[in-house]
Design a protein around this ligand. Structure first.
Ligand code: NI
Length: 169
């Protein structure tokens, strides 16, 4: 299990570096990320969220195999957009509607460095965009207006304040 970095940790705001070595250490990182994501009941997890400023994210949707995306690049997004209530393992306990394109075409590499292209819609398209943002130092709350963003940060801080944690212990 890896530690999950939370809002306020600088690494969540950094731009990630390209991965050039497709070795066993990378495979082990991907495995550990999948395990950490599954354990936390998440559907996606990006490198910076586990303290790794590299271009990697993993996705695991219900009834599907886990997926690994390395050096991803979103090639196309649909003109049609829509809202969906997003959460993030780096901001546990708070959720907000985010408007994003409904479909994306993404290119990435697998654990062996082999390139692939994927057309995604539905929840997969949503999670791909959320995780890809993480690699650019961006969080879903950055898509909200200032008032919404402030409210959700306040709700997050209230929920995760030391006092609250103490009462739950
Ligand atoms: Ni996230």
């Amino acid at each position: 299990m890896l530690d999950i970095y939370k809002l306020g940790d600088d690494i969540l705001r950094q731009k990630c570096k390209e991965i050039k070595e497709f070795d066993s250490a990378l495979a082990m990182l991907a495995d550990a990320m999948i395990e950490t994501m599954d354990e936390a009941d998440g559907v996606g997890l990006a490198g910076p969220q586990v303290g790794v400023d590299k271009k990697i994210f993993v996705i695991h949707l219900q009834n599907q195999e886990p997926m690994v995306f390395i050096n991803p690049e979103i090639l196309e997004t649909s003109i049609e957009t829509g809202p969906y209530e997003e959460g993030c393992l780096s901001l546990p306990g708070v959720y907000h509607n985010v408007i994003r394109p409904l479909r994306v075409k993404i290119q990435a590499q697998d654990l062996k460095g082999k390139a692939f292209v994927l057309d995604a819609d539905g929840l997969l398209a949503r999670v791909i965009q959320h995780e890809n943002d993480h690699l650019k130092g961006k969080l879903y709350i950055d898509h909200l207006n200032e008032v919404e963003k402030e409210l959700i940060i306040k709700a997050y801080e209230k929920r995760n304040s030391p006092k609250k944690r103490k009462s739950k212990a």
